[in-house]
Design a binder for this molecule. Structure first.
Ligand code: SF4
Length: 353
C-alpha cells in the first residue's frame, strides 16, 4: 500500500494507485476563477477604421481596396475580405481609378502621392491619435529639431511617421538602442513615440537618452495613446493575482504583444498570446487556479467570448470583470467618406426611375 510521507505527498509504491494525480498542497483548495481585465479590445481608432471599410463597401460596393491590414487582427481582416475588401501591400497594386482605404496605422506622404499618381480615390482611416504624432513630427522638423522617434523598426506606424520628415527623424528601438544613437552636440532634440508602446519601457528609453542628452525635450502631450495606456493599466491591476494571463491578439499587433510583456512584469506567473480560442493549450492550465484574460485594441469581443467559452468547458465559470477605467471616446468617420454618405442620402429614393 502507498502511505503518506511526512510532507503529505502520496508515495507511488502501489501500482494500483499510480494513476492518482499527486496534488501540490499549495494548490489544494484553489478555486477556478477568471479575472477579466477592462478596458480591453477595440479602441476608438480601430472601431473607426473597421466601420470605415464596412461603410465604404455599403456605399460604393465591392471591391474596396485596403492598403495593408486595416487593423492588426487576422479575424477582422478575414471578415472584411468575405464582404468584398481586397487587402494589398502597396497602392501600386490597386487598379487605376479604384477606391483605396489607408489603414489605422497611418501612411507616409509618399503613399498619398503614389495614390494620386494612379488616380485612386483615397479614404484615410489613419487613427486621429496617429495623425497627431505626424503633425508633431512635421512641426518639430520645420523648427529644426532632430526627432528621436521611439518605436519598433519596420512597424507600419513608424514607417508612416518617419515618412513625414525622413531627414529629421532617427529611430530609437528600445532602451538598449538609446545608448547607441548618434546625435550632434549642437542639435536641438525632441523625442516622440509610436502610440502602442509599453509605457514603462518607453520611460526607461527616455531616461537613458536623457543621461546622454540632458536638454532632450518632451513631446507636448503623450504619444502613447489612451487605449494602450488603459489596457496596460488594466493588466497590471490583475496580473499579480493570475496563475496564467491570456492575451487575445494577433502576433503583428504591437499593443497585444506589449500586454503579454506588461503582464509578466507585473507578476503573472505565465502569459500567452493567442489569436483565438483555437490556439489555447490545455497544458498551460495544469495546476492553474486564477486565469487572467484581456485583449488588444484591435480585437473584437467575440474572440474573448470564445476564450471564455473554452475556459467554461474546463470549469472556469466564475468570471469577475476588473475595471480600471471607463472609455467613451468616439472618432467621426473620415471626412471624405462622410461627405459621400451625405451626398448619397440627399439623392431622392426615386431618382432615375
Ligand atoms: S491603439 Fe491608440 S493610436 Fe492605435 S488605433 Fe487605437 S486609439 Fe488609435
Amino acid at each position: 500500500m502507498s502511505s503518506p510521507t511526512y510532507d503529505g505527498a502520496v508515495t507511488d509504491t502501489d501500482s494500483a494507485l499510480s494513476d492518482v494525480p499527486v496534488i501540490d498542497p499549495a494548490l489544494a483548495g484553489r478555486t477556478k476563477k477568471v479575472l477579466l481585465a477592462a478596458p480591453r479590445g477595440f479602441c476608438a481608432g480601430v472601431e473607426r477604421a473597421v466601420v470605415t471599410v464596412e461603410k465604404a463597401l455599403e456605399l460604393y460596393g465591392a471591391p474596396v481596396y485596403v492598403r495593408r491590414q486595416i487593423v492588426h487582427n487576422s479575424h477582422v481582416v478575414a471578415g472584411l475580405e468575405r464582404r468584398g475588401a481586397i487587402f494589398v501591400e502597396e497602392a501600386d497594386e490597386v487598379p487605376e481609378g479604384s477606391i483605396v482605404v489607408f489603414s489605422a496605422h497611418g501612411v507616409a506622404p509618399s503613399v498619398h502621392e503614389q495614390a494620386a499618381a494612379r488616380n485612386l480615390r483615397t479614404i484615410d482611416a489613419t487613427c486621429p491619435l496617429v495623425t497627431k504624432v505626424h503633425h508633431e513630427a512635421r512641426r518639430f522638423a520645420d523648427e529644426g529639431y532632430r526627432i528621436l522617434l521611439i518605436g519598433h523598426e519596420g512597424h507600419e506606424e513608424v514607417e508612416g511617421t518617419t515618412g513625414e520628415a525622413p531627414d529629421a527623424i532617427t529611430l530609437v528601438d528600445g532602451p538598449s538602442h538609446a545608448d547607441e544613437v548618434e546625435i550632434g552636440v549642437d542639435e536641438k532634440v525632441v523625442w516622440l513615440s509610436q502610440t502602442t508602446l509599453s509605457v514603462d519601457e518607453t520611460i526607461e528609453t527616455v531616461e537613458r537618452l536623457r543621461l546622454r542628452l540632458p536638454l532632450l525635450m518632451d513631446p507636448p502631450s503623450d504619444d502613447i495613446c489612451y487605449a494602450t495606456q488603459n489596457r496596460q493599466l488594466a493588466v497590471k491591476d490583475i496580473a499579480a493575482d493570475c496563475d496564467v494571463l491570456i492575451v487575445v491578439g494577433s502576433g503583428n499587433s504591437s499593443n497585444s504583444v506589449r500586454l503579454v510583456e506588461v503582464g509578466l512584469e507585473a507578476g503573472s506567473a505565465k502569459s500567452y498570446r493567442v489569436d483565438s480560442a483555437d490556439e489555447l493549450d490545455d497544458a498551460w492550465f495544469i495546476d492553474v487556479g486564477t486565469v487572467g484574460l484581456t485583449s488588444g485594441a484591435s480585437v473584437p469581443e467575440v474572440l474573448v467570448d470564445g476564450v471564455l467559452a473554452w475556459l467554461a468547458d474546463r470549469g472556469w465559470i466564475d468570471v469577475e470583470e476588473v475595471s480600471s477605467a471607463e472609455e467613451h471616446l468616439i472618432f467621426s468617420l473620415p471626412t471624405e467618406l462622410r461627405r459621400d454618405i451625405k451626398a448619397a442620402a440627399a439623392v431622392p429614393r426615386d431618382a432615375g426611375r
